[in-house]
Design a protein around this ligand. Structure first.
Ligand code: NI
Length: 267
């Protein structure tokens, strides 16, 4: 992680304890408002040109992703490949420091993505656990740090969590709408008690933190402004599992974006 500025933020003992007990954390400010503004400019630029679409790095997380369909929940993987604004940020430095505080030494940055909910049109991100997307043969010790680039509210799609549910195993998932062309996953009904959900409204440049098994959700964007979120993931690499799990929902998924990523790899 060379090239990053020194961290300027540290979790308190209380915040660390809160995270370990409840499985999530919300913080009011993880970077400066100036940096939020510069990332937001880069963000709007890459989404307006759908950067990364040809190589399958931009796609509609909640739709079947045909080229002529208006995306309801566009996502760009590794946005720093498409815009300078995402490189060597204070946000990344502070998020890495938080990861070290919560996960211990040996952390690595393992991915980043940007999820956009267009004003008045952005789809919900249904309840899911991130680990349901990952390798069923691996163990994970990881966090995601989710930062909104404008205020995040219950109406535009702030994060919602189920306190304590980070201790669950990976539950059963299916593709959104049971459509195997859709990348996005959704928890099968009836496995968790959603009446305990906690919403985390945040100012621009705040952040929420959650691990791979914490169920989470964001609503549709019913507001008249876009909702932009930028997410960094960190992990401490773990040994393989003795027995891989059966994440059967992954086997039937067939997205255009995955085909394009395969083609880009082999060309
Ligand atoms: Ni997620």
């Amino acid at each position: 992680m060379s090239g990053l500025p020194d961290p300027t933020f540290e979790l308190s003992e209380e915040q660390i304890a809160f995270y370990h007990e409840h499985g999530y954390l919300a913080i009011d400010q993880i970077t400066t408002s100036g940096e939020v503004e510069s990332i937001r400019e880069g963000y709007d630029e890459i989404f307006s040109k759908r950067a990364g679409r040809e190589e399958g790095m931009e796609y509609d997380l909640a739709g079947s992703d045909e080229d002529d369909a208006r995306p309801k929940l566009p996502q760009i993987l590794e946005p720093k490949n498409y815009s300078e604004a995402f490189r060597n940020t204070q946000f990344e430095s502070n998020a890495a420091h938080i990861a070290r505080q919560l996960l211990g030494e040996g952390i690595e940055q393992r991915g980043s993505h940007a999820i956009f909910k267009p004003a008045g049109y952005g789809a919900p991100t249904p309840w899911h656990q991130d680990e349901a997307y990952w390798n069923p043969g691996k163990n994970y010790h990881s966090i995601s740090v989710w930062m909104p680039l404008q205020e995040a509210t219950l109406d535009n799609g702030c994060m919602q969590f189920l306190p304590g549910a980070q201790k669950l195993e990976v539950l059963n998932h299916h593709n959104i709408g049971n459509d195997p062309r859709v990348q996005g996953l959704e928890l099968d009904d009836g496995q968790v008690d959603l009446s305990n959900a906690v919403g985390c409204p945040l100012p621009a440049g705040g952040a929420t933190i959650h691990g791979g098994r914490m169920p989470h959700y964001t609503s549709a964007n019913t507001s008249d402004t876009p909702r932009r979120a930028y997410i960094l993931m960190f992990h401490v690499p773990q040994p393989l599992r003795d027995t891989p799990r059966d994440f059967y929902w992954q086997k039937s998924t067939r997205t255009y974006a995955a085909e394009k990523r395969e083609a880009a790899k082999s060309s």
